[in-house]
Ligand binder design. Structure first.
Ligand code: GLN
Length: 183
């Protein structure tokens, strides 16, 4: 198994380290040539969604990435990565996301909570986090809510979290995503 990690900007190294600890081979996507390598899944890391969007377009990655996800490439987006999957960005997930949604002070916090299908007491680190304001179709399942706000969802082989599981040492979210690829 080889997992591609979008490495244009943001917290991609932490995903690489987590997958390496799980014994999974990864490679970085920095340009279209990287993208052409075979891959079994894709990670869209946290960072700054506006910058990532601009770079995806400038580097001619936007259309091929979108096409591959629509064709079924498993994808996991965290935080800014979740924004990229949403309506108005790549638009492959039927979700509308509110950016910097908790206000300047409240966007960064830590909690633990349940994620459906995955487990209880999952560590959740939020950094200037978005949340899912609305799920736009019944193809999309809500996996977790904090204070009535949706913070994790899935749709087919697309997984999105508003928080950063790669910043804690709990592997369950990454393992859940990898199971989609191995099963
Ligand atoms: N606030 C960022 C954005 O809007 C997301 C923050 C993050 O990825 N940690 O893109």
């Amino acid at each position: 198994m080889r997992i591609a990690i979008l490495a244009l900007q943001g917290a991609f190294i932490e995903h690489e380290q987590m997958l390496q600890q799980l014994g999974v081979e990864t490679f970085e996507i920095r340009q279209i040539r990287d993208w052409q390598q075979p891959k079994d899944g894709l990670i869209l890391p946290g960072g700054e969604s506006t910058v990532q969007m601009r770079l995806l377009k400038e580097l001619s990655l936007f259309a091929p990435v979108r096409r591959a996800i629509l064709d079924g490439l498993p994808v996991f987006g965290t935080c800014a990565g979740m924004i990229l999957l949403s309506e108005g960005y790549l638009g492959t997930m039927d979700i509308r996301v509110r950016r910097n949604a908790y206000g300047r002070q409240l966007g960064s916090f830590y909690t633990t909570s349940r994620v459906e299908d995955i487990g209880d007491d999952i560590p959740m680190t939020f950094i200037r986090a978005p949340y899912i304001e609305e799920v736009l179709s019944n193809r999309c399942s809500v996996l977790s809510e904090i204070d009535g706000r949706i913070v994790a969802a899935s749709q087919g082989k697309q997984l999105a979290t508003a928080f950063h599981p790669e910043l804690n040492d709990d592997f369950r979210i990454h393992q859940y995503f990898l199971q989609w690829i191995t099963s």
